[in-house]
Design a protein around this ligand. Structure first.
Ligand SMILES: Nc1nc2c(ncn2[C@@H]2O[C@H](COP(=O)(O)OP(=O)(O)OP(=O)(O)O)[C@@H](O)[C@H]2O)c(=O)[nH]1
Ligand SMILES: [Mg+2]
Length: 254
């Protein structure tokens, strides 16, 4: 131990502390897309649609029915397909200008898309889209009515009644559906920027899916609003399969 005269122990010269570099936040995008898309093959895809013919000779067109929660973009999707095929702005299905809890589409409507050509040579694409009222928590289209539509029992223009299911003695009930009245493909439409889907809507969707499986109707799902769901897709839509947020949303939809 040092006395009064003892020298203080030599200390290492203090190193100037280095400024800490903050850890960068994790990237919102994946390095590699989780699904490969051949971007830029629009002309080939469009030609495929133009040449398409249903494999079954008994039907002139495939009937594709879209269902999903209110305001997810069911009617807008039909308009988008029509715009792409016709090469100009068209609005076969009316869409809502604002978000609301109530469905803007209330009637059962079939939308055909015209092919190019004039006069007698004018024809329609061999697939039609059926637009229906959205599924809501309380009101909205009843799953039983969608199941009747799958079987072809709902006549064109029927106004869905959220309180009661279409009965078989109603004039809007089609007792003898033709193969073309029946639905051939069922499409579930979900929005990528919806916070959450309520349990009651999920329950209705499950009922519809189960009935379609029983009827042997092929099903698929599409995601809308991917352009506004995350900053990366807002910048460039081609980031859709790189965006971690959209991947997460897709997993929740399954
Ligand atoms: N940014 C963006 N907006 C969309 C998209 N799809 C639909 N919208 C908008 O969302 C709103 C609702 O769209 P609709 O097509 O009426 O939705 P819907 O599912 O038919 O709604 P209901 O008939 O009320 O059940 C409209 O203002 C559309 O312009 C999309 O992919 N991106
Ligand atoms: Mg609609």
């Amino acid at each position: 131990m040092g006395g009064e005269n003892s020298k203080p122990a030599e200390q290492e010269p203090r190193q100037p502390s280095r400024p800490r570099t903050p850890t960068p936040p994790p990237s919102p995008t994946l390095k590699d897309p989780w699904r490969e898309i051949a971007w830029g093959n629009n002309a080939r895809d469009l030609q495929y649609m133009k040449d398409y013919e249903p494999g079954n000779d008994d039907i002139k067109h495939l009937r594709i029915l879209l269902y999903g929660p209110v305001g997810v973009g069911k009617s807008s999707f039909i308009n988008s397909v029509s715009n792409v095929l016709r090469g100009r702005m068209t609005t076969p299905a009316l869409t809502s200008a604002m978000t609301s809890d109530q469905s803007f589409t209330t009637r059962y409507a079939t939308h055909k898309i015209k092919k190019e050509g004039r006069g007698k040579s004018k024809s329609y694409y061999p697939f039609v889209f059926n637009d229906i009222m959205g599924l809501e928590k309380g009101d909205g289209v009843r799953p039983d009515d969608i199941i009747l539509a799958l079987k072809g029992h709902v006549k064109e223009g029927y106004k869905f009644n959220p309180v009661s299911t279409l009965s078989d003695d109603d004039p809007w009930y089609n007792p003898l559906p033709s193969p073309e009245d029946k639905v051939h493909v069922l499409v579930c439409v979900l929005s990528a920027n919806t916070a959450e889907i309520t349990d009651s809507v999920l329950q209705k969707m499950a009922e519809i899916r189960e009935a379609a499986s029983y009827l042997g109707i092929p099903q698929m799902a599409i995601g809308t609003n991917i352009d506004s769901a995350c900053p990366e897709t807002e910048k460039d839509l081609k980031n859709v399969y790189k965006s971690k947020h959209i991947k997460q949303k897709t997993l929740l939809m399954n």
